[in-house]
Ligand binder design. Structure first.
Ligand code: RTP
Ligand code: MG
Length: 139
Protein backbone atom coordinates (compact mmCIF):
# COMPACT_ATOMS: atom_id res chain seq x y z
CA UNK A 1 0.00 0.00 0.00
CA UNK A 2 1.32 3.46 -0.88
CA UNK A 3 2.44 5.75 1.97
CA UNK A 4 -0.43 8.16 1.24
CA UNK A 5 -2.91 5.56 2.48
CA UNK A 6 -4.28 4.54 5.87
CA UNK A 7 -6.64 1.87 7.16
CA UNK A 8 -9.74 2.48 9.29
CA UNK A 9 -12.61 0.61 10.91
CA UNK A 10 -15.90 2.14 12.03
CA UNK A 11 -16.27 0.12 15.24
CA UNK A 12 -19.40 -1.78 16.43
CA UNK A 13 -20.56 1.02 18.78
CA UNK A 14 -20.62 3.66 16.04
CA UNK A 15 -22.33 1.27 13.61
CA UNK A 16 -24.97 0.31 16.23
CA UNK A 17 -25.56 3.97 17.10
CA UNK A 18 -26.26 4.87 13.46
CA UNK A 19 -23.10 6.91 12.81
CA UNK A 20 -21.75 5.22 9.66
CA UNK A 21 -23.03 7.96 7.35
CA UNK A 22 -21.91 10.86 9.53
CA UNK A 23 -18.44 9.40 10.05
CA UNK A 24 -17.91 8.70 6.34
CA UNK A 25 -19.10 12.24 5.65
CA UNK A 26 -16.50 13.69 8.08
CA UNK A 27 -13.78 11.52 6.52
CA UNK A 28 -14.61 12.65 2.97
CA UNK A 29 -15.05 16.31 4.05
CA UNK A 30 -11.49 16.16 5.49
CA UNK A 31 -10.14 15.31 2.02
CA UNK A 32 -9.81 11.53 2.16
CA UNK A 33 -11.02 9.33 -0.68
CA UNK A 34 -12.19 5.75 -0.23
CA UNK A 35 -9.95 3.22 -1.96
CA UNK A 36 -11.59 0.07 -0.54
CA UNK A 37 -14.53 -0.60 1.78
CA UNK A 38 -16.48 -3.53 3.28
CA UNK A 39 -19.21 -4.14 5.89
CA UNK A 40 -18.44 -7.28 7.91
CA UNK A 41 -18.52 -8.86 11.37
CA UNK A 42 -15.15 -9.99 12.75
CA UNK A 43 -14.75 -13.42 14.33
CA UNK A 44 -12.74 -13.96 17.55
CA UNK A 45 -9.97 -15.36 15.35
CA UNK A 46 -9.83 -12.41 12.92
CA UNK A 47 -10.12 -9.78 15.67
CA UNK A 48 -7.56 -11.63 17.81
CA UNK A 49 -5.12 -11.78 14.91
CA UNK A 50 -5.70 -8.14 13.95
CA UNK A 51 -4.95 -6.97 17.52
CA UNK A 52 -2.19 -9.56 18.19
CA UNK A 53 0.21 -6.66 18.94
CA UNK A 54 -1.90 -5.95 22.08
CA UNK A 55 -2.03 -9.63 23.19
CA UNK A 56 -0.19 -9.04 26.49
CA UNK A 57 -2.14 -5.89 27.40
CA UNK A 58 -4.83 -6.12 30.13
CA UNK A 59 -7.54 -4.83 27.78
CA UNK A 60 -6.91 -7.40 25.00
CA UNK A 61 -9.79 -9.77 25.91
CA UNK A 62 -12.28 -6.92 26.21
CA UNK A 63 -11.04 -5.40 22.97
CA UNK A 64 -11.56 -8.65 21.05
CA UNK A 65 -15.01 -9.16 22.63
CA UNK A 66 -16.05 -5.62 21.79
CA UNK A 67 -14.73 -5.71 18.21
CA UNK A 68 -16.71 -8.91 17.51
CA UNK A 69 -19.94 -7.66 19.14
CA UNK A 70 -21.47 -6.41 15.88
CA UNK A 71 -20.68 -5.45 12.30
CA UNK A 72 -17.95 -2.97 11.40
CA UNK A 73 -17.03 -0.97 8.31
CA UNK A 74 -13.43 -1.51 7.18
CA UNK A 75 -11.85 0.86 4.66
CA UNK A 76 -8.61 1.98 3.05
CA UNK A 77 -8.38 5.77 2.74
CA UNK A 78 -6.14 7.94 0.58
CA UNK A 79 -4.82 11.45 1.18
CA UNK A 80 -1.38 13.10 1.40
CA UNK A 81 0.01 12.40 4.90
CA UNK A 82 -2.90 9.96 5.42
CA UNK A 83 -1.79 8.20 8.64
CA UNK A 84 -1.02 11.34 10.66
CA UNK A 85 -3.92 13.39 9.25
CA UNK A 86 -6.38 10.60 10.01
CA UNK A 87 -5.14 10.18 13.61
CA UNK A 88 -5.69 13.94 13.98
CA UNK A 89 -9.22 13.68 12.54
CA UNK A 90 -10.23 10.87 14.93
CA UNK A 91 -8.69 12.36 18.12
CA UNK A 92 -7.27 10.74 21.27
CA UNK A 93 -7.93 7.06 22.10
CA UNK A 94 -9.97 8.10 25.15
CA UNK A 95 -12.91 10.19 23.84
CA UNK A 96 -12.86 12.19 27.11
CA UNK A 97 -9.49 13.51 25.94
CA UNK A 98 -10.32 13.83 22.23
CA UNK A 99 -10.20 17.39 20.86
CA UNK A 100 -13.45 19.20 20.07
CA UNK A 101 -14.78 18.33 16.60
CA UNK A 102 -12.82 15.09 16.24
CA UNK A 103 -14.70 11.90 15.35
CA UNK A 104 -14.12 10.33 18.78
CA UNK A 105 -15.19 13.57 20.48
CA UNK A 106 -18.44 13.58 18.50
CA UNK A 107 -19.37 9.90 18.27
CA UNK A 108 -17.49 7.86 20.92
CA UNK A 109 -18.64 7.08 24.46
CA UNK A 110 -15.68 5.33 26.17
CA UNK A 111 -12.09 4.19 25.68
CA UNK A 112 -13.40 0.74 24.64
CA UNK A 113 -16.30 1.92 22.48
CA UNK A 114 -14.30 4.64 20.76
CA UNK A 115 -16.05 4.69 17.36
CA UNK A 116 -13.10 4.29 14.98
CA UNK A 117 -9.72 2.71 14.42
CA UNK A 118 -6.88 4.43 12.59
CA UNK A 119 -3.50 2.92 11.65
CA UNK A 120 -0.59 4.26 13.71
CA UNK A 121 2.18 4.06 11.04
CA UNK A 122 2.64 3.63 7.29
CA UNK A 123 3.96 0.14 7.94
CA UNK A 124 0.87 -0.86 9.94
CA UNK A 125 -1.45 0.81 7.42
CA UNK A 126 0.01 -1.51 4.78
CA UNK A 127 -0.28 -4.61 6.99
CA UNK A 128 -3.84 -3.78 8.10
CA UNK A 129 -5.07 -2.94 4.59
CA UNK A 130 -3.64 -6.23 3.31
CA UNK A 131 -5.28 -8.10 6.21
CA UNK A 132 -8.75 -7.05 5.01
CA UNK A 133 -8.51 -6.44 1.24
CA UNK A 134 -7.21 -8.32 -1.78
CA UNK A 135 -5.71 -6.55 -4.78
CA UNK A 136 -9.09 -6.87 -6.54
CA UNK A 137 -10.92 -5.01 -3.77
CA UNK A 138 -8.99 -1.73 -3.84
CA UNK A 139 -9.17 1.05 -6.43
P1 RTP B 1 -7.05 2.15 17.47
O1 RTP B 1 -5.91 1.20 17.30
O2 RTP B 1 -8.37 1.49 17.72
O3 RTP B 1 -7.11 3.20 16.39
O4 RTP B 1 -6.81 2.98 18.81
P2 RTP B 1 -5.46 3.65 19.30
O5 RTP B 1 -4.35 3.44 18.33
O6 RTP B 1 -5.82 5.06 19.64
O7 RTP B 1 -5.19 2.83 20.63
P3 RTP B 1 -4.34 1.48 20.83
O8 RTP B 1 -3.32 1.76 21.87
O9 RTP B 1 -3.90 0.93 19.51
O10 RTP B 1 -5.41 0.51 21.48
C1 RTP B 1 -6.35 -0.20 20.68
C2 RTP B 1 -7.71 -0.11 21.32
O11 RTP B 1 -7.69 -0.76 22.58
C3 RTP B 1 -8.50 -0.06 23.50
N1 RTP B 1 -7.73 0.37 24.64
N2 RTP B 1 -8.16 0.28 25.87
N3 RTP B 1 -8.38 0.39 28.69
C4 RTP B 1 -7.29 0.86 28.09
O12 RTP B 1 -6.38 1.37 28.71
C5 RTP B 1 -7.20 0.79 26.64
N4 RTP B 1 -6.19 1.20 25.92
C6 RTP B 1 -6.52 0.93 24.64
C7 RTP B 1 -9.08 1.14 22.79
O13 RTP B 1 -10.40 0.85 22.39
C8 RTP B 1 -8.16 1.33 21.61
O14 RTP B 1 -8.83 1.94 20.53
MG1 MG C 1 -3.86 1.55 17.58
Amino acid sequence: MATNRTFTMIKPDAVANGHIGAILNDIIADGFSIVAMKYIQLTKKTAGDFYAVHKERPFYGELVNFMTSGPIVAAILEKDNAVADFRKLIGATNPAEAAEGTIRNKYAKSIDANAVHGSDSNENAEIEGNFFFSQFERF
